[in-house]
Design a protein around this ligand. Structure first.
Ligand SMILES: [Zn+2]
Ligand SMILES: [Zn+2]
Length: 376
């Protein structure tokens, strides 16, 4: 069938919105009629090349919609079910899935390949050759409909609006879990969240629910810092044009010069220099959690190794908030239902797929906590 999709045709060219051909789902695959998809900074990594993809490719990995067709052998969902998607598939059989760490499923190694699990494409260009179009994370949700592996589907209740639910497919679980699951925050801890967009805002929510005594939000955007306070930040630091010493001063002032128990890094693009600065906010026995993505070629961080040892410090990565999406998404919907998790407040602007490049521009201009593409 013909559907409209936003395709990355080459590096640094934005999205080319066009009609494309979408195949029916094969065995163990599901077609979703998408209703909403958040614009995550990780989609932009495909445009800049920070995460190498193979154009033409459709990104978009924060979607929600209704199951339209199921391939043979699909048992997890039926036509009409409301679903989110997981940007890491979970096979249920590998060592990581079998030990309750589905976010580390071995099939995660395939998320930048572009094809489905059988090595073929579901999207095609309307050229004579029917050129295959890849799908980031095997999802490709900047399209009106998509076909994805059953492994990537998470069923959700029908009462939650799609534009709220879609945020759980990436940013909310990633940010929330970085704080509430991965960081090991204890009641009263001083916590720093560095980078306050769609992931950082949820790290703040997760830190607040974990009992953080004080939460410092750091960002160069006043707009994002204002929102950070709505999600639970007690203190804000606008680091635009500031030296690291100036950033450290208010954190050291309330910790007897020790620094934060936990710092979570959630910038749109991370770097060795920024990691080094964030490392300096962490106290002895403290933890630095790296969540925001560094370009693929960065192989070091600017931190003093002797300080790491003598300070008994921990630096850890976090993928998907170190949470299992098939449990985390319904679990967090339960908190949303009781008013404990803010989702509506994360959405700043909505776009049609025709306006997706405006959404991209607004993200870069720091105008959005989250922009969401909504499909009619
Ligand atoms: Zn994402
Ligand atoms: Zn697995």
């Amino acid at each position: 069938m013909r559907v409209k999709a936003a395709v990355i045709e080459g590096l640094n060219q934005g999205y080319a919105v066009q009609e494309v051909e979408l195949d029916d789902p094969k065995d163990f695959e599901v077609m979703i009629d998408l209703k909403a998809c958040g614009i995550c900074h990780s989609d932009d990594h495909g445009i800049t090349g920070d995460v190498p993809l193979d154009p033409p490719v459709i990104v978009g990995h924060e979607g929600a919609g209704i199951v339209e067709k199921v391939g043979r052998s699909v048992t997890a969902v039926k036509v009409g079910d409301h679903v989110c998607t997981s940007f890491i598939p979970s096979c249920g059989r590998c060592k990581w899935c079998a030990t309750g760490r589905m976010y580390l499923c071995d099939r995660g190694a395939l998320i930048t390949v572009g094809t489905q699990l059988d090595g073929t494409h579901r999207f095609h260009k309307l050229d004579e050759a029917g050129t295959g179009i890849g799908q980031l994370c095997m999802l490709g949700e900047f399209a009106e409909k998509t076909v994805v592996p059953e492994d990537s589907i998470v069923k959700i209740p029908e009462h939650i609006p799609f534009e709220h639910a879609c945020l759980l497919s990436c940013g909310v679980v990633t940010g929330w879990g970085s704080a509430a699951t991965r960081a090991g925050i204890k009641p009263g801890d001083v916590v720093v969240v560095w980078g306050c967009g769609g992931v950082g805002a949820n790290a703040i929510q997760g830190a607040a629910h974990s009992g953080a005594g004080r939460i410092f939000a750091i960002d160069p955007s006043e707009f994002k810092l204002e929102h950070a306070q709505g999600f639970g930040a007690t203190d804000v630091i606008n680091n635009a044009g500031k030296t690291i010493e100036e950033v450290l001063e208010p954190i050291f002032a309330v910790t007897n010069g020790q620094g934060a128990a936990v710092t979570i890094m959630t910038p749109g693009v991370n770097s060795a220099e920024m990691i080094g600065e964030a490392y300096r906010t962490v106290s002895k026995d403290g933890t630095l959690v790296l969540t925001g993505v560094t370009p693929w070629h960065v192989e070091h961080m600017n931190a003093n190794m002797l300080d790491l040892i003598m300070g008994n410090k921990t630096v850890k990565g976090s993928l998907y908030g170190s949470m299992n999406p098939r449990h985390a998404i319904p679990h967090l919907i339960g908190m949303y239902d009781t008013g404990q998790l803010k989702l509506a407040e994360l959405i700043t602007n909505r776009y049609s797929i025709d306006d997706i490049n405006q959404g991209l521009a607004d993200m870069h201009a720091n105008k959005n906590i989250r922009g969401v593409v909504v499909y009619e």
